[in-house]
Design a protein around this ligand. Structure first.
Ligand code: TTP
Ligand code: MG
Length: 443
């Protein structure tokens, strides 16, 4: 049976809330960001009226000021937006328990099982739009499709107040004319390589021989080939399902856009997560990354692994793939990696990819760690970076150590699965486990 998946996204969220609460702002260019047009900082969002002046999220406020001299600049009222977000998510949960919020104003819903009660996917989408308009007085855009990937692309096509339905079986035709930049995992670099092959649209991409994509991009090439046709097996992860997780978070002392530092931090956190999984005798099937940028926007991205793991490498690979498209061009304040959907190691089948020699080496390293402390065994890439080990605590209990509290927190610590493949199209370099010279710590 085809699934019925909805992707719901509020329109110009922060600005729309301000326009709702202050009728004199309706129809006006409203720009929500840290301070005024002469202040440092970036635009969080702009009303659709302000977007006509070319103002958009993440643009420096100064630039927004000269592009839109009549703009009305407002500070970010994170508490208020979070409260509104909770109201919206509560409405969504009336239609299915399978609601997966992925940011403050976005969620996936799997309504496959709700159709008997509420009608088909498009009817449910209309009912949700009506409820949010009547009860919260905001507009949303909704995509309806059989996969998360296609629903998400669809919701963005007719913003604001859009409803785009992609009937099962028509995914490839629907995607064909769209630019490849809309596809998860296609960033500037991948797009540039694809352009060399004359690929501009998803239809062009679907027309490329799969083996060519695989040769050029490795495994991610295969994923791209699938996605260009709308194929995406990721399921909607309902709340509560991912309740048990193991995670690390790290707040940078200074916000960073340094790729090396970001990747090193993800690696170190993945290593920490894997170590804790092994220490607890469990393996995880899902990896989630959390990214908060300098404007306090927080996004979580989630992906199901091909098989459960307690090793650093698969966790890091996925964390990197999920994080890369999200961190590009931004100054990053906080990163988190967590693993969920935990199963006992013994209860899980033995997997072919489990090389016994490698596992023995890892277990030896774990013993060294237990004896001499976290720092005794460190991957080559982490040596001498001064990264704290262990990192911060589990995301569920984490507090930010630096500066003022985030204005906007994630609604939940879970996110979209299945989005991004590695944008870079290059295999992630993987250093072998090395015994470092870290000082033995107390036991
Ligand atoms: P988005 O859904 O990306 O944007 P939006 O809701 O403002 O507009 P659209 O109609 O295109 O969906 O983000 C949701 C909110 O998150 C947005 O209102 C403000 C905040 N945000 C930031 O603070 N910084 C950013 O860079 C972005 C993209 C969003
Ligand atoms: Mg939105």
């Amino acid at each position: 049976m085809d699934r019925a998946i909805l992707h719901v996204d509020l329109d110009a969220f922060f600005a729309a809330v301000e326009q709702r609460d202050r009728p004199e702002l309706r129809g006006k260019p409203v720009i929500v960001g840290g301070g005024g047009p002469n202040q440092r900082g970036v635009v969080s969002t702009a009303s659709y009226e302000a977007r006509q002046f070319g103002v958009h999220s993440a643009m420096p406020l100064r630039e927004a000021g000269w592009r839109c001299p009549t703009g009305i600049f407002l500070p970010v009222d994170g508490r208020k937006y979070q409260a509104v977000s909770r109201e919206v998510m509560a409405i969504l949960r009336r239609f299915t328990p399978l609601v997966e919020p992925i940011s403050i104003d976005e969620a996936f819903l799997d309504v496959t099982g709700s159709r008997e009660l509420f009608g088909d996917g498009p009817s449910i989408a209309r009912a949700i739009k009506d409820a949010i308009r009547d009860e919260v007085r905001l507009t949303i855009s909704v995509g309806v499709a059989a996969t998360k990937l296609v629903a998400k692309i669809a919701s963005d096509l007719e913003k604001p107040d859009g409803l785009v339905v992609v009937p099962p079986g028509s995914e490839a035709t629907f995607l064909a004319p769209l630019d490849i930049s809309r596809l998860w995992g296609v960033g500037a670099k991948t797009a540039a390589v694809l352009r060399e092959y004359g690929v501009r649209t998803m239809g062009d991409l679907a027309g490329l021989p799969v083996d060519l994509l695989e040769r050029r991009f490795g495994k991610h090439g295969l994923a791209l080939a699938d996605r260009a046709r709308g194929i995406d097996a990721d399921r909607v992860v309902g709340e509560g399902e991912a309740a048990k997780s193991v995670g690390h978070e790290h707040t940078f002392d200074v916000d960073t856009s340094d790729r090396e530092e970001i990747e090193r931090t993800l690696l170190a956190m993945s290593d920490g997560v894997a170590g804790r999984l092994r220490a607890s005798g469990v393996r995880a099937s899902t990896v989630t990354v959390k990214i908060r940028d300098s404007s306090f926007r927080t996004v979580t991205r989630q992906r199901t692994l091909p098989e459960p793991t307690d090793l650093t490498e698969p966790i890091y690979r996925v964390a990197l793939e999920l994080a890369r498209p999200e961190v590009r061009g931004l100054r990053i304040r906080l990163l988190g990696v967590s693993a969920s959907h935990l199963g006992e190691r013994e209860q899980l089948a033995l997997f072919a990819s489990d090389d016994p020699r490698r596992r023995r080496a890892i277990e030896a390293a774990d013993r060294l760690r237990r004896r001499y402390g976290e720092r005794a065994v460190t991957r080559a890439r982490l040596l001498g970076t001064g990264l704290p080990a262990p990192f911060e605590r589990d995301p569920r209990t984490a507090v930010e150590r630096r500066g003022v509290h985030a204005a906007v927190d994630p609604v939940v610590d879970r996110g979209e699965s299945g989005g991004a493949a590695s944008d870079e199209g290059e295999e992630v370099a993987w250093e072998d486990l090395e015994i470092g010279e870290g000082p033995p710590a107390e036991e």
